[in-house]
Ligand binder design. Structure first.
Ligand code: PNS
Length: 166
């Protein structure tokens, strides 16, 4: 009998993708047949980058990973999971402070679809302090983000903030 293909979804805002996200993507891609990185299209969050820009940056950072797909979604995650025939949600945990929100999300998703499992991965301690918000804050005030995000993201941040300042 043929083994069922495992399709995992790593959802998030990715505004923009950081080395912390990429650490999770690299490791999760080794565990599942397909990993879909899904950008939430949520206008309410007032993002710095458009969904298309975030997807391009994710494509650039993951082009060497053949089983990673980049996509976006705009409704309930569990509906999106059904549309992709996916059973696993991947989330990264950086610190205890992440736990409460993640527990709430995982429990809600389980309530909405009990066949969906959330798998948590501990972020590499090297990136435990890192978030997209911190990266934006540093870049906004002209700090160096070289060790926090890929080159293309650094360039995109510079362009965005120079543009915003005009
Ligand atoms: O990177 P983020 O902002 O922490 O990701 C949060 C995300 C996108 C995973 C979460 O907000 C989400 O899944 N939103 C979709 C709406 C939904 O399904 N809500 C119910 C579960 S809380």
């Amino acid at each position: 009998m043929q083994k069922k293909q495992s399709i995992a979804v790593y959802p998030g805002s990715f505004d923009p993708v950081t080395y912390g996200h990429l650490d999770i993507i690299h490791r999760a891609a080794k565990q599942f047949d397909t990993l879909v990185v899904a950008v939430l299209n949520n206008a309410k969050k007032n993002p710095l980058f458009t969904v298309e820009e975030r997807k391009v940056l994710l494509h650039q950072a993951t082009r060497h990973l053949p089983n990673v797909e980049i996509d976006s979604f705009h409704d309930l995650l569990t509906n999106y999971m059904n549309s992709k025939n996916a059973q696993i949600i991947v989330r990264g945990l950086r610190a205890v402070s992440d736990f409460e929100f993640e527990l709430q999300m995982a429990s809600t998703n389980r309530k909405l679809n009990e066949d969906v499992e959330t798998f948590f991965m501990m972020t590499n301690p090297q990136y435990s302090y890192l978030s997209s918000s911190i990266v934006k804050e540093v870049a906004k005030y002209d700090g160096t983000v070289t060790d926090l995000v890929p080159k293309e993201v650094e360039k995109a941040l510079r362009e965005k903030y120079n543009y915003l300042q005009k």
